[in-house]
Every structure is written in structure tokens, then in C-alpha cells.
Design a binder for this molecule. Structure first.
Ligand code: SAH
Ligand code: SF4
Length: 352
């Protein structure tokens, strides 16, 4: 992101970029390292606050870069401790970020776009067309702003990142990959790749690309239906990348990475939640059973849309069928339902 003044947002740069820029500016690697540590360890938001950089370097940094403006507008807390943050960005767009509590720590659900063009017909985020992609720096800023809030209020650290907020991460691929590199860097935020999950609606070519990236983040596929007929009714992306093409990409991903793949499956009443669909899902996952983890998610009804959540009995029957047939499967706990803060439940309902 380049401001009118011609300055660049510092959070768009990976460590490698900082080193490259430093080299071109005649700054030694010793100081390049210090710039990085100041940003992601000391979390400075003003170059003049650094204590260990030479004055001429501080001046050059100030002339070249700026810190993102991200204003916290509102925080909502659900009965289960899930928190939803509403932010305003420099162009006055509004985005939402969610923080979830788990036994294993705190995970932050990051938004990658303003709106979403994939337009799945069960999803609140897809109700509005995409206004624009978020910059890497705007994803980083979400984490830093939530971290700052936590520090000021209770002091617990974010341990996991899920890229499951508003938007399709693989439709903003390069910015998302750079974001992952920055948060994963072991001299910076150091969020381990096993603690990072990216969820996609199934852009098959991008899944192949993702398998070759250095960063080994977890992959989640929003599957939601076990055959093309049903899936196309929910997700028009399935017409572009039908199940055969999607699964060919997933097989390759597994072959290259040897990593597990999560499958998100929202349970919609009398639509995709019968034992017949469980049987079809079993057949679909059979070749990759060892690698597949199914998350059954009770559908969060979206007022404008009209689908209903499956009953607990139907979810349980579906779950038990899969378990009996040795498919790894969990019934996922909902988060923040009372404040519309489940991942995928987000909507830029405030303005825009
Ligand atoms: N665009 C990406 C990531 C964001 S959506 C994707 O589709 O994977 C994150 C997850 O929430 C997806 O699995 C999505 O299908 C799911 N989701 C969307 N709307 C939902 C709703 N109303 N209830 C439950 N899950 C929903
Ligand atoms: Fe976009 Fe994901 Fe919602 Fe589909 S489910 S509209 S891809 S955010």
C-alpha cells in the first residue's frame, strides 16, 4: 500500500524484504535485523521510539515507510468468551476479526477481503460483492491490534491463527502468503505453521500452488456436500472447480506435503445432513482417509438466507456413521453464536 506521500506500509514487508530494502539503502544486516525485531518483538508503532537504531536509519525509515491506520470501533463479547472486533481501515472500510477461546489457547480469525466474490449462498460474508482485497499489512494490523487490546485488558497471547474471516484467502493469494510468512517468522511473531490454518472454498489451482509454498500451514477445505449436485446448489465455485477437479488438487497437495487436510462440513437441516450423504462423503474420502479430518459444524442461520441448522440427532447420526467407518471426525463447538461471531458468520453489517 502506497500512501499519497509515496510512503509504503511497513507491515507489507517480510523479513526478507526488510533485508533487501536495507541492503539497497546501504544499511547493514546487523541493523536490518534490529528493524525487524523492533517491529515484531518490541511491537513499536513509531520509528522514533526505537532505542537501538542509529538516527540516520530512523530518519530513512520515517521517510520511506508508515504504520497502518487501523481503528478499533467496537468490541463484542459472547457468552462463551468469543470476541468480535470491528475495525475501521484507512479508507474507512470496516472489517471484523474474531478471537476464540480454546483449551489449547486463543485463536484469531483473520479477514482477508472486504466482502467476498465467491458468493456461497449460505454465507453472510458472500452477501456483498468484494469491494477489495486486503493488503498483507491490513491482515498483520488485525493481529497487532487484537494483541494490543489483549495486553491492555488481560494480557494473554494469541497462539493460533485461522484464515477464516470474511473473504476467500486464495482469491487474494499473494497477500495472504506474505502474511503467513510474516506471522510464521521465528524471529518475529513466531506463530508455528502447525498453529496456522487457511480455509478455502476450493480454488483447485491455488491448492496446488499452496502445496509448493515454503510455509507449511494447515489447509481446510469448505466441502459442505458430498456430490456435485448438492455442492453446486450451495457454492457456485463448484461449477468452476467440481469435486473431481477439487479432489485431484487435494490428492496432489497430500502427495507433495504429506500433511493432513481438514474438511469443513456445515450441517444444514434436511439438505446435506442425512446418512445417505454421510455414506457419499465416506466414499469421497476413502482414498485419503488417513489424511482427512472432518469438522461437522452446525449451520448458523443467516436471517436473509433461509437455511436451517440440523437437529442434534441428525448431526449425531451423521457423526456416528463416519466414526463407525473410521473417518476422523469431530462435531465442532460453535463460537460466539450470540454475537454473529462464528467464522463464516461475519458480515460487514456496519457500513459499506
Ligand atoms: N472463504 C473461505 C474462508 C472463510 S469462510 C472458505 O469458504 O473456506 C470460513 C468457514 O465458515 C467456511 O468453512 C464457511 O463455509 C463457513 N461458513 C460460512 N457461513 C457459515 C454459516 N452461516 N454457518 C456456519 N459456517 C459458515
Ligand atoms: Fe466467501 Fe467463504 Fe463465504 Fe463462500 S463461505 S462466500 S468463499 S467467505
Amino acid at each position: 500500500m502506497i500512501e499519497k506521500s509515496g510512503k509504503i506500509s511497513i507491515y507489507n514487508l517480510s523479513r526478507e524484504d526488510i533485508f533487501e530494502w536495507s541492503k539497497s539503502a546501504g544499511i547493514s544486516t546487523f541493523y536490518a535485523e534490529k528493524i525487524w525485531l523492533n517491529l515484531y518483538r518490541n511491537k513499536i508503532t513509531d520509528f522514533s521510539k526505537t532505542l537501538d537504531l542509529r538516527e540516520d536509519i530512523v530518519e530513512l525509515l520515517e521517510q520511506t515507510f508508515y504504520f497502518n491506520k487501523i481503528d478499533l470501533i467496537e468490541v463484542q463479547k459472547a457468552s462463551d468468551e468469543t470476541m468480535k472486533f470491528l475495525f475501521q481501515l484507512a479508507d474507512h472500510s470496516h472489517i471484523e476479526t474474531v478471537l476464540m477461546e480454546h483449551k489449547f489457547g486463543k485463536s484469531i480469525c483473520v479477514t482477508t477481503q472486504i466482502g467476498c466474490n465467491i458468493g456461497c449462498n449460505f454465507c453472510a460474508s458472500g452477501l456483498k460483492p468484494k469491494k477489495r482485497d486486503l493488503e498483507t499489512s491490513e491482515m498483520i494490523a488485525q493481529i497487532l491490534a487484537v494483541e494490543k487490546y489483549l495486553k491492555e485488558n488481560e494480557g494473554e497471547k494469541i497462539t493460533h491463527v485461522v484464515v477464516m474471516g470474511i473473504g476467500e484467502p486464495f482469491d487474494n493469494y499473494d497477500n495472504v502468503i506474505k502474511f503467513l510468512e510474516i506471522i510464521n517468522d521465528d524471529k518475529g511473531m513466531a506463530i508455528g505453521s502447525r498453529h496456522i490454518t487457511v480455509s478455502t472454498s476450493g480454488l483447485a489451482p491455488r491448492i496446488l500452488g499452496f502445496s509448493k509454498e515454503n510455509i507449511r500451514a494447515n489447509l481446510a477445505i469448505s466441502l459442505h456436500a458430498p456430490n456435485d449436485l448438492l455442492r453446486s446448489k450451495l457454492m457456485k465455485i463448484n461449477k468452476t472447480y467440481p469435486l473431481k477437479q477439487l479432489f485431484d488438487a487435494i490428492y496432489k497437495y497430500i502427495e507433495v506435503t504429506n500433511k493432513r487436510v481438514s474438511f469443513e462440513y456445515i450441517m444444514i437441516n434436511n439438505f446435506n445432513d442425512g446418512v445417505e450423504e454421510a455414506r457419499e462423503l465416506l466414499a469421497l474420502l476413502e482414498p485419503i482417509k488417513k489424511y482427512a479430518y472432518v469438522n461437522l459444524i452446525p449451520y448458523n442461520p443467516v436471517l436473509e438466507i433461509g437455511f436451517e441448522r440440523s437437529s442434534d440427532e441428525r448431526i449425531k447420526a451423521f457423526f456416528e456413521f463416519l466414526i463407525q467407518h473410521k473417518v476422523r471426525c469431530v462435531m465442532r463447538r460453535e463460537h460466539g453464536t450470540d454475537i454473529d461471531a462464528a467464522c463464516g458468520q461475519l458480515r460487514s453489517k456496519y457500513l459499506n
